[in-house]
Ligand binder design. Sequence first.
Ligand code: DX5
Ligand code: ZN
Length: 219
Amino acid sequence: MKIAPSILSADFTNLRRDIYLVEENGADYLHIDIMDGHFVPNITMGPNIVQAIRSITKLPLDVHLMIKKPEHFIEAFANAGADIISIHIEAATHIHAILQKIKKFHKKASIAINPGTPTSAIQAILSMVDQILIMSVNPGFGGQKFLPETLAKITEITTIKKNNKYSFDIEIDGGIDEYTIKQAKNAGANVFVAGSFIYNTTNPARKMKMLRDCLNFNF
Ligand code: DX5
Ligand code: ZN
């Protein structure tokens, strides 16, 4: 079970401090949300920020590309130091070729699906991905409410994973808190992204511990 804090809700004037806060409190990955203002109605950061973050942390960088034409940016994010690269099925015309490209750079290939996209849309490429990122909010902003109907998609993917003995990780992203993390875990997710729950508080360390306790204990 892995916790992937999203720096989208961090204090950008204190980014180093906020990265160390989660690193020292048990983060497994650092989740970095890249938005282009086209695929989603928001703009965040680019490869230069990923590169800067790479220079100050050893945490695996879980880079979530919410951008159109992701094939044009795989190389830039790979060279910037991404370890896992997620691309959206809704943004990819030649999905197979893009996943091949991510692997060519020896990075983990992850496919992301929006709340409105059925799991059947990614069926053909399940055997070649290292991770499936199931969005539990519509992508674009932190701090949105978890969409419970997305739990059924985790269950579906978990069943397909078991039946085919696939080894990909199942990541859930959006609206994760001390309640929804348990629901997602019970449905079969094993990587949990959390942004506002951790950072929009005076005590991120306590929030990290709360999430870890939810994963370790059934209460
Ligand atoms: C939303 C991003 C998420 C976001 C999650 O488009 O993909 O990673 O940071 O933020 P919370 O945990 O606040 O929903
Ligand atoms: Zn994300």
